[in-house]
Write a protein that binds this ligand. Structure first.
Ligand SMILES: Cc1ncc(COP(=O)(O)OP(=O)(O)O)c(N)n1
Ligand SMILES: Cc1ncsc1CCOP(=O)(O)O
Ligand SMILES: [Mg+2]
Length: 300
C-alpha cells in the first residue's frame, strides 16, 4: 500500500462524508499510531473533517476494524458498529442501575427551588446543578432538591456532588469527564453499590469510549450548539456529529445538551436521542412553566 493509495482512500471517504459534516475546520493529522491502509486513510480524512486528534484516532481504528471484519474497505460506511470501537455496550454487569431509555425533557437547574418548580410543571427529568464550594450549603441544597421532587414523578440527578446525592437518596448523579478523573475506582463502586443511576458527559468519540467503560445509565453528548452557560473545551459538535454518535451509542439512553432551544428540538429528535437537556430555554424563559409545556410537547 503506497502513500498515493492511502491518499486516494482518504479522498474517497471525504467524497462520501464531507457534505454531511460541513462546515468544518480541518485539524492537523496526528502521528499514526498503527499500520493499516483504512486506518491511515481515515486518520487523514477525519482530521480534514475537523475531528480532534483523539477522536480521529478512534474513528480511524474503528474504520480499520470494520475493513478487517468485512474483508473490504468501504468509504461510504461511516463506522457505527459498537464492536469496531471496542464498546461493551449498555446493560449487564458491572454497569450502573438502569434508567428509562427515553428521559424526555431534561431540565438542568441551578438550585432546589428551580428543581421543585420544574418537577411540579411535569418535567420528567431534572438535575440539580448547584455550583458552590460551601460543603454545608451543598448538602442542604441536595437534600432540599430530593424533597422538592417528592410527590412528583420527576427523576432527580445531582450534578457533581455524588456523596451528598447518596446520603440524600437521589435517583442518580451526573458526572463529567473531569469528575470521573477525580474519582477512585472504589468511589465509583460506592455510587454503583448505592443503586444510584449514573449519567456521564461526553464531547466526542474518545470520551464516549471512556464513558462506555464505566457502564453508565445514560450518556450525555454535547455541546451540540454554542452555549454561553459553560466554557467548553471542545468546539460545538453540531447535529451531524450528534447523529453519528447516536447511531454508535444506540444501546444507551442518550441525552443531547448545549445551546438547544425550542426551534432545534425537531432536528435533534431526528438524531434518535431520547432526551434533550436545557438550561436557558427554561430558566431564562419569560414563563418557565409554559416553556416547559411547549418543550415537552416538542419532545413527544
Ligand atoms: C445532562 C448533562 N450533560 C452534561 C452536563 C455537564 O456536566 P459536566 O461536564 O460535569 O460539567 P458541569 O455541569 O459540572 O459544569 C450536565 N451537567 N448535564
Ligand atoms: C451544563 C452544560 N454542559 C454542556 S452544555 C451545558 C450548558 C447547557 O446550557 P444551555 O441549554 O443554556 O445552552
Ligand atoms: Mg461536573
Amino acid at each position: 500500500m503506497t502513500t498515493t493509495d492511502t491518499t486516494a482512500m482518504a479522498q474517497a471517504i471525504l467524497a462520501h462524508h464531507a457534505a454531511t459534516f460541513e462546515p468544518c475546520t480541518a485539524q492537523p493529522v496526528p502521528p499514526p499510531g498503527q499500520d493499516g491502509p483504512a486506518y491511515g486513510a481515515a486518520l487523514q480524512a477525519c482530521s480534514a473533517l475537523g475531528f480532534i486528534a483523539i477522536d480521529a484516532e478512534c474513528v480511524a481504528q474503528a474504520w480499520q476494524r470494520q475493513t478487517d471484519r468485512n474483508g473490504r474497505f468501504d468509504p461510504a460506511q461511516w463506522p457505527d458498529d459498537p464492536r469496531d470501537f471496542g464498546l461493551r455496550g449498555h446493560g449487564g454487569p458491572p454497569g450502573f442501575a438502569p434508567c428509562p431509555a427515553a428521559l424526555g425533557l431534561y431540565a438542568v437547574l441551578p438550585d432546589a427551588a428551580w428543581v421543585g418548580r420544574m418537577a411540579r410543571a411535569g418535567v420528567p427529568t431534572v438535575q440539580l446543578r448547584y455550583k458552590s464550594q460551601d460543603a454545608g450549603a451543598v448538602a442542604r441544597e441536595v437534600r432540599a432538591a430530593v424533597q422538592a421532587v417528592q410527590g412528583t414523578p420527576a427523576l432527580l440527578f445531582i450534578n457533581d456532588h455524588w456523596r451528598e446525592a447518596i446520603a440524600a437518596g437521589a435517583y442518580g448523579v451526573h458526572l463529567g469527564q473531569e469528575d470521573l478523573d477525580a474519582l477512585q475506582p472504589d468511589e465509583l463502586a460506592a455510587i454503583r453499590a448505592a443503586g444510584l443511576r449514573l449519567g456521564v458527559s461526553t464531547h466526542g468519540y474518545a470520551e464516549m469510549v471512556r464513558a462506555d467503560a464505566v457502564g453508565p445509565s445514560y450518556i450525555a453528548m454535547g455541546a451540540v450548539f454554542p452555549t454561553t452557560l459553560k466554557q467548553m473545551a471542545t468546539a460545538p459538535q453540531g447535529v451531524a456529529r450528534l447523529a453519528a454518535y447516536a447511531r454508535l451509542m444506540r444501546s444507551y439512553p442518550l441525552v443531547a445538551i448545549g445551546g438547544i432551544g425550542a426551534e432545534q428540538f425537531a432536528e435533534i429528535r431526528r438524531t434518535g436521542v431520547g432526551s434533550i437537556a436545557v438550561v436557558r430555554a427554561l430558566v431564562q424563559a419569560p414563563d418557565p412553566e409554559q416553556a416547559a409545556a411547549d418543550l415537552m410537547r416538542r419532545m413527544a
